[in-house]
Design a binder for this molecule. Sequence first.
Ligand code: HEC
Length: 323
Amino acid sequence: MTAKPIYGRVRTGLLFIDPHNDFLSEGGKLRPRVATNSQPDMGQPHKEALMYSKNSPQRRPTSAKLRRLFAISVSSLALLPMSTASAQTGASPVVYEFGRPARADEHTYDWYRRTHAEAASARYGIPADVIGDGMDTWHWWVGVDNPGFWRESTKATSKSPGNLLGVKVDFLRLLLTVPRNKRFELIGLINDPDTVAADKPDRYGLMLDRMKEGTLTWDADTFGYSSGIIGLQLFANKQFDPQKWSLAKYLEDPASVEPPYNVGMTCALCHVSFNPARPPASVHEPKWGNIVSNIGNQYFREGNLFGSEMPHDSFIYQYLTIQ
Ligand code: HEC
């Protein structure tokens, strides 16, 4: 190739991705270089558009958040005689049920996070806790109202014209209908070692994997609960009304009733994979030591996220399954 590519300033944008928030976030090493023109300016397309990742979301509630929570609980106590505390705080009515406790001999994400953050810190001289925050972002953070986006997509594809091709965008259905020991085989999804299959339905009749008790070390409001699949997180749905809930109704038409959980997608969903040098003894039950998070998942058939229930002789299924 001898031709020189020409990137005219008028029609060229530059997008920087800083997946671990190490360089471009406030306080990052390269922040001063992008800080002056870091806001994309749609009105002036001739300017370079630079976008950078936001600060890592807080892993645990900040003191400001705790103060807010404290203020809310005090005010709700004062209002208790008039109504329930939950109505005052806007708290979700959803109750999460954990699985069996994590055993002492089982590595958890906390171990994985610590081990990798310390190794990377020793190699690159960046503080381990900052790397750990980036790891949380990568594994568990879904962005701003991503679960809401997927909920809307579920509703839009529940009936025509949205489901014209038979494609269903419904991760909750996927979690309920594709069993833990089929996910890798059918879709290439990687199960979260911090979760176990449900042994009985929860109070909403859902057979969703449960996080092992003791493995939730982050703020579930921000990061959600693990769905059992690395990269899909469950968030308590604020619109959920236990009085109106019916699983049968949901499965018939997911737009007809608000489910207890919405599902969000994190970067790790497509980027997590097995460590080729230390593959798991069972592909359904990997341990954290078998996992690497940013190698890219070469087994992943993302099309099947949306068409696992289609007849296999349909053209659309065949199209999706080879994606
Ligand atoms: C739905 C699947 C999916 C999700 C979710 C996803 N990625 Fe990716 N990502 C891919 C695929 C596929 C590629 C490879 C694209 C290619 O090579 O053409 C890729 C490539 C990348 C690359 C380039 C890697 C390289 O070696 O050049 C970066 C960086 C990246 N992704 C960051 C992210 C970040 C950050 C997130 C979360 C905000 C994310 N990805 C979420 C599927 C995904």
